[in-house]
Design a binder for this molecule. Structure first.
Ligand code: ADP
Ligand code: MG
Length: 416
């Protein structure tokens, strides 16, 4: 991919925008871009530098993403809506062509990494609630104020951040820059790291292990009490607006990453903001259990799409016939009675039963969580609650600590 039209190769210390930004190390990458930690010499702050591939179609996509990011920044001058902030953008000329670059505020680990660090055990429900609140604030802002659908909401595209000043409290601020990938492969080779950076890495790792401590109900083997992290809000921001669109200017039929894809997208019956609410519910489930809610596979005699629809109906009940047969692709999957053509026998395991039997939730936790999630997973897109309605749901303000759930008045005053 590092050829004409592809990624721009970056070396540590490379200058960008006439020397304003200096590349430090790789933070991540996506289909279209690599993302680098860079030092902003003008503000003396670290930033994330997203460098797009140079070919025409990628450059076009970056221009669109910048447009969306500008709208997001313009509508939120106080930067309080849990969406990533665009600081600057420019073009960088390299041997592979002209690369559009976005300078973004520097955020931390993604929720996917958080789930991995926690060894797929699922986070404490109270942490899940905090994350859910942030994501809902972002979605409410995007949907209601800007008219934007994200269309690719998933754990990788939600990044943690901390408001703690690293100069004052380096250990706790380790919540922000998570510097190592747990499954091998540091991204830019370890050799350039100096000892101080390695120490910081270990601290950052410990900090994440602490915040994502096991749920007590996981068979008694609860993690040691974490270093006191009370009072630290677990906060996060939504990133990656490369696929976002204005609801009145949709361009793609096939949207969303497979596991987070809503049924109306599979059936091609048209979509709107509520596709993000479906993905949001899938993410909340995954955070609390460590498993994806739907992980469809192709099987003998059926496609991935069919398996996906079957999994949905096994967990959520039969899809109403009208919806099942109402999409442009319905005939590929359903007969005229609204039954799947090639997967005839469905098991039935309702959500709260699954939470109790497989994930060892208490009956109360399971019931409350189901009451929060299942409206978001309505097969009728227009019946799903909006992000604004969802923010009013009592589940967000419950506290499960000593086995009992109680409303914590303090939580509702949480300022984000
Ligand atoms: P793509 O559109 O190519 O998927 P993303 O915007 O999702 O690009 O960024 C790719 C990865 O780079 C993310 O998954 C994350 O690991 C990292 N990243 C992106 N933005 C930031 C940021 N603001 N701060 C820190 N890391 C980031
Ligand atoms: Mg991405």
């Amino acid at each position: 991919s590092y050829r004409k039209g592809g990624y721009h190769a970056v070396r540590i210390g490379d200058p960008f925008a006439s020397g304003r930004y200096i590349a430090q190390r790789k933070l991540g990458w996506g289909q279209f871009s690599t993302v680098w930690l860079a030092y902003d010499t003008q503000t003396s702050k670290y930033v994330a530098l997203k460098i797009q591939k140079s070919a025409q179609q990628f450059a076009q996509a970056a221009i669109h993403e910048i447009e969306v990011l500008c709208a997001i920044a313009d509508g939120d001058p106080s930067n309080s809506k849990c969406t990533v902030r665009l600081i600057d953008h420019f073009k960088h000329a390299g041997p592979n062509g002209q690369h559009p670059c976005m300078v973004l505020e520097f955020l931390g680990d993604s929720l996917l990494q958080l789930i991995r660090f926690n060894r797929y055990k699922g986070l404490e429900l109270n942490k899940v609630r905090e994350i859910c609140k942030c994501v809902l604030i972002a979605l409410d802002y995007l949907h209601r104020e800007l008219g934007i659908i994200h269309t690719d909401l998933k754990p990788e595209n939600i990044l943690l951040f901390s408001t703690i000043d690293p100069a004052k409290d380096p250990i706790r601020s380790g919540l922000t820059p998570i510097l190592e990938r747990p499954e091998g492969g540091t991204l830019n080779g370890g050799s350039t790291m100096n000892i101080i950076e390695k120490k910081l890495k270990r601290r950052a790792k410990r900090a994440v292990a602490n915040i994502s401590g096991r749920r007590d109900s996981m068979g008694g083997a609860a993690a040691k009490p974490a270093r006191c992290l009370d009072g630290i809000d677990m906060r996060c921001k939504v990133v990656d607006f490369g696929n976002a669109c204005w609801a009145d200017k949709r361009f793609a039929e096939e949207i969303q990453t497979r596991q987070y894809r809503a049924p109306e997208v599979i059936l091609q019956s048209g979509y709107t903001f509520s596709v993000d609410m479906w993905s949001f519910a899938c993410i909340a489930f995954e955070l609390s259990t460590g498993d994806m809610m739907f992980a469809p596979k192709t099987g003998e005699g059926f496609s991935e799409d069919e398996d996906h629809l079957a999994l949905m109906m096994e967990l959520l009940g039969k899809m109403p016939r009208k919806i099942a047969v109402g999409g442009a692709r319905s005939k590929d999957f359903f007969d005229r009675h609204g039954d799947l053509k090639r997967i005839r026998r469905l098991k039935n395991l309702p959500l709260d039963r699954l939470l109790v039997t497989k994930y060892k939730f208490s009956d109360t936790d399971a019931r409350e969580f189901r009451e929060f999630l299942s409206p978001l997973l309505d097969f009728s897109p227009e019946k799903r609650p909006t992000a604004q309605q969802c923010l009013q749901h009592p589940w967000l303000n419950l506290r499960s600590s000593d086995g009992k759930s109680k409303v914590d008045a303090g939580m509702s005053k949480l300022k984000i």
